[in-house]
Ligand binder design. Structure first.
Ligand code: COA
Length: 179
């Protein structure tokens, strides 16, 4: 049974939260994957913030942030139109990141729920996401009912590592079956 961190609150984000989300994104990546790509241009906070600001201009795009008292944003999720039609889904979960010291407390699960509710509120019901194949956190998606539907080998997209595509083909029934 998951208890959510008592001092954490959630809200829908606006374009003004782009920089805070970018900071969480980069810090969580560095803390969670200290052995990976730490010099990549992808990890520029300003670059990430610009990407989020751009996404807010899309017809359907939602971001939610988790905030801890006195600390500001400690997690975020964003979801929007699919970037890849091959997976036959209405929506794509682009990213979900929680700072290391707040991981394992139910924050990610709550963010995921908010993203799913936002997709359903649009009258959409299917969603996919792209996860790095060797990401140990993939179990998170499996716990939340994601089905691995495809493997994308390293290099299939220039410069990218191997990926797994997870899909939810009916978000109304998204809960993982209890073990
Ligand atoms: C993945 C991430 C968003 C999950 O958020 P979180 O707040 O740590 O997860 P929660 O506490 O809400 O966990 C939800 C469920 O997933 C499980 N889970 C989460 N991370 C897990 C892990 N690394 N290994 C195994 N199970 C995990 C939890 O045990 C829980 O299951 P339970 O209800 O049966 O106990 C967060 O850990 C994170 O930011 N990781 C680093 C960045 C990352 O990998 N993002 C995804 C990019 S593809």
């Amino acid at each position: 049974m998951m208890t959510t961190h008592p001092a954490v609150t959630w809200r829908q984000a606006s374009v003004a939260d782009s920089l805070a989300a970018a900071r969480v994104n980069v810090q969580s990546w560095r803390e969670s994957f200290p052995e990976r790509h730490q010099d990549s241009d992808d990890l520029s906070i300003e670059g990430r913030a610009a990407m989020f600001r751009h996404r807010f201009g899309a017809s359907f795009y939602r971001m939610f942030v988790a905030e801890a008292q006195g600390q500001g944003a400690i997690g975020f999720v964003d979801v929007g139109r699919p970037r890849d039609a091959r997976w036959h889904c209405d929506a794509e979960l682009y990213a979900i990141y929680v700072l290391k010291r707040y991981q394992g407390l139910g924050v990610g699960q709550r963010l995921f729920e908010l993203a799913c509710e936002a997709v359903l509120a649009q009258g959409l019901a299917t969603m996919y996401l792209i996860a790095l194949q060797d990401n140990p956190y993939r179990v998170f998606y499996e716990r939340l009912g994601g089905r691995p539907i495809a493997q994308v080998p390293a290099g299939a997209v220039a410069g990218q590592d191997a990926h797994v595509i997870y899909a939810w083909f009916d978000l109304r029934r998204r809960r993982a079956t209890p073990p």
